[in-house]
Design a protein around this ligand. Structure first.
Ligand code: ADP
Length: 471
């Protein structure tokens, strides 16, 4: 038996998995967002610095060193000496002019780069460094602004880092707010989803303690849990029916065993009273054996019917030609029919083949023909036919016998049921139940009717197997 975790446990697992999945998604989303924003800001800073160099180039071309130094001063006006510095070099890496370097004292120039850039207008060079007094780091550009002049501009990355820190703070807030909310919503959704499972499990428990009529309430929503509940209810119905059938059958068997057992007892008692002849003892023993055989047959047939109806008997499925089956059965009954002076004849359409258990089908047909022979007086007629139409293939046994009264037509298929008119004949009332069970097992059914030529017609319909599957 499979071990299931309790639904509470399941809810917890589902919620923790949902929260875990949401956390991973949020983290991935944040890392991507962080990386993208950082790239955008860095590109912006670099573009601005390139533009600055470009502007100084124009200023230098228009006003020489004086104009450039004025512009450099203007850039750091307002006491912004902590976040920016500017330094002008000649081609010997000698400083021509510099703004306040109080916060940038350890930022050196690369003499080689300065020399190279001063002599020819090569592209500007950008680096990121960590000067001692700039906690956030800095971005430094060195660029040619005119003959023999190189400008170095340094910018603190503090405001860029502030934005990134703000982003981290916002994410942490979103993360901390979203997770408990996801947990609560997940918990509510999971509880709602598992409520159906809980109901199925409660119902199973009720059935387990003996309330076989307990069922799960279906609310008509077509979701997986309702399908499960539907299947569970159908299974419980089937078990209930089987238990009832079993109960009914045990009652019937007990009832039907009583008379033969009573007869066996009577035979034994009469054999014990007084001294009897050898022939009488022999006759008593023979009658006892006959009654025992009848009992064994009754019990075996009851079990066969129960197994076939429950669908638990092992079916050996093969192709069965209905006409050939009818040929075999009629051949077996020909001598009995002759003896009773009954005309047993066939009307068989050939090549009507079904997939099924040959032995069970043969026993079904055997019972139907045996009944016809039993309940048809001398000079009567029995017709066995095989035919088909667009819906099904048919196997039919019709006789001109005593017929079955209309009010008993439905009941003859019940186990142990025997019509009043045939109570005196030999039989136990199980032949038609078995035939019916076999027909159903093959996805078919037996119909009983009368027509102008035949008083009793049993017609077994096997639905075409492209329209139905064998049960
Ligand atoms: P049984 O062993 O009594 O024949 P069945 O289940 O085969 O049990 O049949 C149930 C009852 O149906 C019979 O007792 C009989 O009364 C009636 N019956 C079955 N077949 C026929 C028939 N061909 N003609 C008339 N009555 C029939």
């Amino acid at each position: 038996m499979r071990k299931f975790r309790s639904t509470k446990n399941l809810s917890f697992q589902l919620v923790s998995r949902t929260v875990g999945a949401i956390s991973i998604c949020l983290a991935i989303a944040f890392i991507s967002l962080y990386w993208a924003i950082e790239r955008v800001i860095d590109n912006d800073i670099d573009d601005d610095m390139h533009e600055d160099i470009q502007e100084f180039r124009v200023v230098f071309s228009q006003g020489g060193d004086d104009a450039v130094t004025n512009e450099m001063l203007r850039e750091t006006l307002g006491g912004d000496r902590q976040s920016i510095f500017l330094r002008l070099f000649d081609n010997n890496n000698e400083v021509v002019y510099t703004t306040d370097l109080a916060y940038w004292s350890d930022v050196q120039s690369d003499a080689q780069v300065v020399r190279r850039l001063a002599n020819s207008p090569a592209p500007s060079e950008l680096i990121t460094t960590n000067p001692k007094r700039q906690e956030s780091g800095a971005r430094i550009i060195t660029g040619h602004i005119g003959p023999d002049r190189v400008l170095q501009i340094g910018e603190s990355l503090e405001s860029r880092n502030d934005i990134m820190e703000l982003l981290i703070g916002t994410f942490a807030f979103v993360f901390l707010a979203a997770l408990p909310m996801a947990g609560i919503l997940g918990w509510i959704a999971t509880r709602r989803a598992t409520r159906g499972i809980q109901e199925v499990s409660n119902t199973a428990r009720e059935i387990q303690v003996g309330d076989l009529n307990s069922r799960v309430q279906i609310n008509g929503q077509s979701n997986e849990i309702e399908f499960l509940a539907g299947s569970f209810n159908r299974m419980a119905d089937r078990i209930n029916n089987l238990v009832n059938d079993m109960r009914e059958m045990t009652d019937n068997i007990a009832h039907d065993l009583r008379s033969p057992l009573g007869r066996i007892r009577a035979i034994a008692e009469s054999a014990l009273t007084g001294v009897q002849s050898q022939e009488n003892y022999r006759a008593s023993a023979e009658r006892s054996i006959a009654e025992c055989d009848r009992l064994i047959k009754l019990i075996n047939t009851s079990l066969d019917v129960a197994e076939t109806e429950a669908g638990v008997s092992r079916m050996e499925v093969e192709s069965v030609d209905l006409a050939m089956l009818a040929d075999e059965a009629c051949e077996l009954f020909d001598p009995v029919a002759d003896e009773k002076n009954i005309e047993l004849f066939k009307e068989l359409d050939r090549n009507k083949v079904i997939q099924g258990d040959r032995q069970a089908l043969f026993r079904m047909l055997f019972n139907l023909i045996e009944n016809s022979l039993k309940y048809t007086p001398s000079n009567g007629r029995i017709k066995v036919s095989v035919n088909s139409d667009s819906k099904a293939q048919y196997l039919e046994v019709a006789d001109s016998g005593i017929g079955i009264p209309d009010n008993e037509k439905k009941r003859v298929f019940d186990r142990f049921y025997r019509c009043d008119q045939s109570r005196t004949d030999e039989g136990c009332g199980l032949g038609l139940s078995f035939a019916q069970a076999v027909a159903k097992l093959h996805g078919g059914e037996i119909r009983l009717h009368s027509d102008s030529d035949y008083r009793t017609v049993f017609r077994v319909a096997f639905i075409h197997q492209d329209q139905a599957t064998v049960a």
